[in-house]
Design a protein around this ligand. Structure first.
Ligand SMILES: [Cu+2]
Length: 174
């Protein structure tokens, strides 16, 4: 009896899965060329494919750099991959996100939008960030039109920088 009940539960779960499967024919009609298939993640967000040879990098600062200002210039770029504003559904493009002092967010859903996750949704490839003196980490993570990381995700190396105070520091008491 218990076994039978389990079978019924499994059968209904399978039925739900079939219903939830992406329907065919939902590709927007304005696409001239067939777009690569998008996978739907467990969280329900589509992940846009990225070519295997695409990569993203931080051009400045260098890893380990000592920066003598709290107003830090950062620039970044891509190779074998285009930059497009958020909302642009063009294959092999995305926009940059600068992750500051944080680990990678979940890669199957939109990148958070807060002081640790800056979006460059206009397609910018450089910025200035104000960082307090100390050690900080920076990493770039690309996001697609909907701010979801690509599949495979495009992320730069996570670098560490050392920010020194701009003003002459007050003598420390010992
Ligand atoms: Cu974004």
């Amino acid at each position: 009896m218990r076994q039978l009940h389990r079978l019924i539960v499994l059968a209904s779960a399978a039925a739900v899965a079939v219903v939830a499967a992406p329907a065919y024919g939902q590709t927007p009609p304005d696409k001239a060329a067939p777009a690569p298939a998008q996978d739907t993640t467990d969280s329900g967000f589509k992940r846009t494919p990225a070519p295997a040879d695409a990569y993203v990098y931080i051009g400045w600062p260098n890893d380990g750099e000592v920066i003598h200002t709290t107003h830090v210039h950062v620039w970044f770029g891509t190779r074998n991959f285009g930059v497009a504003p958020a909302g642009t559904n063009k294959p092999n493009t995305g926009h940059h996100h600068l992750l500051i002092d944080t680990a990678l967010p979940p890669l199957d859903q939109p990148i958070p939008h807060d002081k640790n996750h800056l979006h460059f949704g206009l397609g910018q490839t450089e910025t200035y960030v104000d960082l307090p003196p100390g050690t900080h980490t920076l990493q770039i993570l690309m996001g697609d039109a909907d701010h979801v990381p690509h599949d495979p995700p495009l992320m730069s190396k996570k670098i560490t920088i050392h920010v020194r105070a701009t003003e002459t520091p007050v003598a420390e008491a010992h």
